[in-house]
Write a protein that binds this ligand. Structure first.
Ligand code: ZN
Length: 549
């Protein structure tokens, strides 16, 4: 997987929620030396050289990350020309660093050495991750990498315009070109990775060792379970009032609330040792690495929920990124194991904690004070029900906890058809609209609220979508495991204590870094293979209260 944080793929992902584009500011890394543990003498020199090279790649990646963050938050409009040149140069440098033939030589030297077996599991994992990354990076022709980067800029630009004009025919030729380039990369990566299909090779970039066959099985069970929960909610005895959610809350008030939420989850933005900060962008995202992980949100006066839950969501990503083992900094293992696991942590904080009755038991009185009486005539239970409303919708990013994964399943099924070349780009709108009718019962009126709503395909990020729903599934399993060990976690949350729960997450999830591939890690944490039962059980229990079934 790409542990190298601002590799080619991450560049493709820039511009929307990109949790793996760490940056670092000047001076922060100077005190942290590489800590690699004891290495057997014969392998010490090549291993140390390898890690020194990794460190350079990571630092370069973090520099790229911070100028990306700056581009989204602070850059004056005129800076875009210079910025694109900075990014192009950095991406070229990064590609050169990660395809340096010396890395290949060092890797071979270590792997073929008679003392290889005496390396620790951690050291072997570092070697494995570097080998994987190196092979993939070197097998992709530079011409293809460049063309894809160029096409990405064009396709995103045209996508924005086509979306505004609600005109898929404008976007279609650029998407066709982008798809062709990604398919070429997928065909090459399929060989390198030894996957069963080109689509599996793309999935593996975001979710290592996951494949379409496994996802198909998991998503089929997930879909059946979610449709049942939706049906039960529809027939439930409770009618939800959500009208007060549109009450006007001034931005300054929302900023104060955001700071309180950050403090609650232990995301430090104000102490002299703070490693985080909150800024405002059109689309919320998280970026950073270890000691400098920043989040963004968006404040809408008539939609308080939007900033509340984006802070908790991005905050969940941020505390994961801040809590890898300190001694693993700059090493391949000092990273998340996958985007699905990343998403499991953000959704855990946002939904399982942030939309729980227990959390609002603690936080609602505070919210009432912070908003100066705007919600004084709203009852706690009505508020908790309102923020958990289940309503099939057309737009993924606005979807609730129950219907969200259905948006993802639709995208996964379409990507699978596309990569297998059973359909072509021109078939996308019709298939999209049909599936939205079948799975969510909504009618798509135009392609801007349909097939063109997300940036991912314009960016070339095919295979990315499944990780969002896998995050929900992992989250359910992690919750179940945590409940066994911390049966009173809900009481703690009611008391305003998130620390106990966070400590468990840090030890059991965050500190595992990239030591294991996702299928192994989920089993180590929960004792079970990937399965949807805990997530569905959690939803049934929660929503039976929300909707009275
Ligand atoms: Zn996320």
């Amino acid at each position: 997987m790409e542990f190298v944080i601002y590799s080619f793929v991450q560049l493709l992902l820039a511009g929307f929620e990109n949790t793996r584009n760490p940056y670092i500011v000047e001076g922060v890394y100077s005190f942290a030396a590489i800590n690699m543990g004891k290495v057997i003498d014969t392998l010490k020199s090549p291993y140390e050289k390898l890690l020194a090279k990794t460190k350079e790649m990571v630092i370069l990646g973090t520099a790229t990350g911070i100028i990306h963050w700056d581009m989204e938050t602070k850059m004056p409009p005129k800076g875009v020309g210079l910025r694109s040149q900075q990014l192009a140069l950095l991406s070229q440098m990064s590609h050169r660093l990660s395809t340096d033939p010396e890395i290949g030589d060092l890797l071979s030297k270590i792997e073929k050495h008679t003392d290889y077996e005496s390396l620790s599991a951690l050291q072997k994992r570092n070697v494995y991750l570097l080998r994987k990354h190196y092979d993939e990076q070197t097998k992709l022709p530079e011409k293809l990498v460049k063309e894809t980067a160029k096409q990405e800029a064009i396709a995103i630009d045209v996508w924005k315009k086509a979306k505004g004009a609600k005109d898929f025919s404008m976007f279609k030729p650029e998407l066709e070109k982008m798809f062709k380039l990604r398919k070429q990369a997928a065909d090459i990566l399929m060989e390198v990775k030894g996957t069963a299909s080109p689509y599996d090779a793309l999935i593996d970039m975001y979710e290592p060792k996951m494949d379409a066959r496994t996802i198909t099985k998991i998503f089929a069970e997930l879909r059946d379970g979610l449709v049942l929960v939706m049906e039960k909610c529809r027939r439930g005895s409770k009618r939800l009032d959500t009208s007060f959610m549109n009450r006007k809350v001034p931005v300054e008030m929302q900023e104060k609330i955001s700071k309180e939420l950050a403090e609650f989850i232990g995301y430090d933005i104000k102490s002299p040792q703070a490693g985080g900060r909150i800024d405002e962008t059109e689309h919320p995202f998280t970026g950073g690495y270890y000691d400098d992980v920043r989040i963004t949100t968006h404040y809408y006066e008539n939609n308080l929920a939007s900033s509340l839950f984006s802070i908790l969501h991005e905050g969940g990503h941020a505390i994961y990124e801040q809590n890898f083992k300190e001694s693993w900094m700059y090493q391949p293992v000092g990273s998340s194991t996958s985007l699905g696991f990343h998403e499991s942590q953000s959704r855990f904080v946002e939904n399982m904690v942030g939309r729980s009755r227990e959390f609002w038991n603690y936080f609602f009185p505070k919210l009432q004070v912070l908003t100066g009486g705007i919600f004084s005539n709203v009852a706690l239970d009505d508020f908790v029900r309102a923020i958990n409303q289940v309503k099939p919708s057309k737009i993924r990013v606005e979807a609730d906890e129950v219907t969200y994964s259905l948006h993802i399943i639709i995208r996964f099924e379409i990507e699978q058809e596309l990569l297998a070349e059973r359909i072509t780009v021109k078939d996308l709108p019709e298939l999209w609209n049909q599936k939205y009718k079948d799975y969510l019962g909504v009618t798509i009126e135009n392609d801007s609220e349909g097939v063109m709503q997300d940036i991912h395909w314009a960016s070339g990020a095919f295979g990315y979508f499944p990780t969002y729903a896998l995050g929900n599934v992992y989250g359910g399993q992690i919750l179940e495991a945590m409940e066994r060990e911390l049966p009173n976690w809900r009481d703690k949350i009611t008391e305003g204590n998130f620390q106990t729960l966070k400590k468990w997450l840090v030890e059991n999830v965050h500190q595992q870094g990239d030591l294991y591939d996702p299928p192994v890690l989920i089993k180590r944490i929960t004792g079970e293979e990937l399965n949807v039962n805990p997530f569905l059980k959690y939803l049934n229990k929660k929503y039976s209260w929300v909707y009275g079934f």
